[in-house]
Design a protein around this ligand. Structure first.
Ligand SMILES: [Zn+2]
Length: 166
């Protein structure tokens, strides 16, 4: 049997304001699914990621209890605006969405999306993150990071440690 080393996740910092707006959006749509975009920057070592902005689903998004389709034109406008306003520091990091009825893990569909983003050069996010917001007693954000293993082309998913900042 091969021994697969345990992967240790990095640290994701998220601003309180950003977390609050994500939770408010999840509440607004509950029991329907919703989501959006996460923006910010990676530290030079790529071990820590700082989430400074979140974008909602957009006015033309559609929502069901287990799926959601964002308004991508709206989101692209917001991404461009935030990128410009931050002097090109805050970039697209990945997405977030709620799992009103599901577990905190990634669904097969989530993994396919993650692989698509990781391999799409236009997204410029070879190691995209995805935030899953689940509801137990309170809303809880779990952050995952995907990357493509070079030799096997397999998608590797790692859970990040979440820290908040003001
Ligand atoms: Zn999902």
């Amino acid at each position: 049997m091969r021994i697969v080393p345990q992967r240790v996740g990095g640290i994701a910092w998220i601003s309180e304001k950003c977390l609050e707006s994500i939770i408010a959006e999840a509440r607004r749509c509950f029991p329907l699914e919703t989501g959006g975009v996460l923006m910010g920057y990676w530290t030079p070592t790529k071990v820590e990621v700082v989430i400074t902005r979140s974008i909602g689903p957009g006015p033309a998004s559609t929502h069901t209890e287990s799926t959601f389709e964002p308004d991508t034109a709206y989101q692209q406008d917001q991404i461009n605006r935030i990128y410009a306003e931050s002097n090109r520091i805050y970039t697209y990091l990945g997405d977030w969405h709620s799992h009103p009825r599901l577990a905190e893990g990634l669904s097969p569909r989530d993994k396919r999306t993650l692989r698509m983003i990781a391999t799409d050069r236009r997204a410029r996010a070879p190691s995209p993150i995805v935030g899953i917001l689940t509801k137990r007693h309170t809303w809880n954000l779990i952050l995952w990071q995907g990357s493509i293993q070079r030799l096997t082309c397999r998608l590797v998913v790692t859970r990040l440690h979440l820290r908040r900042f003001l």
